[in-house]
Design a protein around this ligand. Structure first.
Ligand code: C5P
Length: 232
């Protein structure tokens, strides 16, 4: 695995997501299913999209006591997803428990990545609300190191952090990066954005692209443009 475009299917119903995926005909993009769609439609939506031949990143960001996370990860693993995630803030023992839960009897498991600090968290909020006084980039790298030590495969991060994560945790440690926009496209509510081409240059392993594809006049063309810029 490695170097792919993951399409964020941020839709609120099965009907919307299926109408969107139908446009791709026999192309089968790697898709991200987030909380909105999962909570609206339940695990069946994962099975159905999987059955259509897509790889799935199930973005549910688990964060609870180790035993609960372990048991929940076992359920997600049986859904046969390809990638899932959790909050590194749950500590190394929670992350290790997650890996135990995810690992199937035959030893295989989905890729497991960690959210470090959410990109919506500012230095100021982290200091005042969470009482973490270190610089945010140091906190992000520390969480990434903890995730690696717990045996995880990578982190979700800003493309602008990908290079530093690779320097800290090694080239093999995956960086999955949202916040991608075409050079001539709208930024929307994302703040620190980069183009697919630049994300490739910086060394992202997977880019997560939502609205530049889902809201495009021609989503298939936009997806192919991402693939060309990022993977070629
Ligand atoms: O539409 P857009 O390309 O901004 O979608 C990006 C996707 O990546 C969304 O599903 C968003 O929730 C997710 N994401 C993000 N920033 C993070 C983590 C996840 O934009 N730090």
């Amino acid at each position: 695995m490695g170097k792919d475009v993951i399409v964020a299917c941020d839709f609120s119903s099965k009907q919307e997501v299926m109408t969107f995926l139908d446009k791709f005909k026999n192309k089968k993009p790697f898709v991200k299913i987030g909380m909105e769609l999962f909570y609206a439609e339940g695990p069946q939506i994962v099975r159905e999209i999987k059955q259509r031949g897509h790889k799935i990143f199930l973005d549910l960001k688990l964060h609870d006591i180790p035993n609960t996370v372990k048991k929940s990860m076992a359920v997600l693993s049986r859904l046969d997803v390809d990638m899932c995630n959790l909050h590194a803030a749950g500590t190394k023992s929670m992350m290790q428990a997650a890996i135990e839960g995810l690992t199937r009897p035959d030893g295989t498991r989905p890729i497991l990545i960690a959210v470090t600090q959410l990109t919506s968290t500012s230095q100021e909020r982290m200091e005042e609300d969470l009482l973490i006084k270190e610089p945010i980039d140091k906190v992000v790298m520390h969480y990434a190191k903890c995730a690696k030590e717990a045996g995880l495969d990578g982190v979700v991060c800003s493309p602008l952090e990908a290079q530093k994560v690779h320097e800290t945790c090694g080239k093999e440690f995956f960086t999955v990066t949202p916040g991608v926009r075409f050079a001539d496209g709208e930024i929307g509510d994302q703040v620190r954005v980069t183009t697919p081409e630049k994300a490739k240059e910086i060394g992202s392993d997977y880019i997560v692209v939502g609205r530049p594809i889902t809201q495009a006049d021609d989503p298939v063309k936009a997806y192919e443009r991402c693939l060309k810029e990022f993977c070629d």
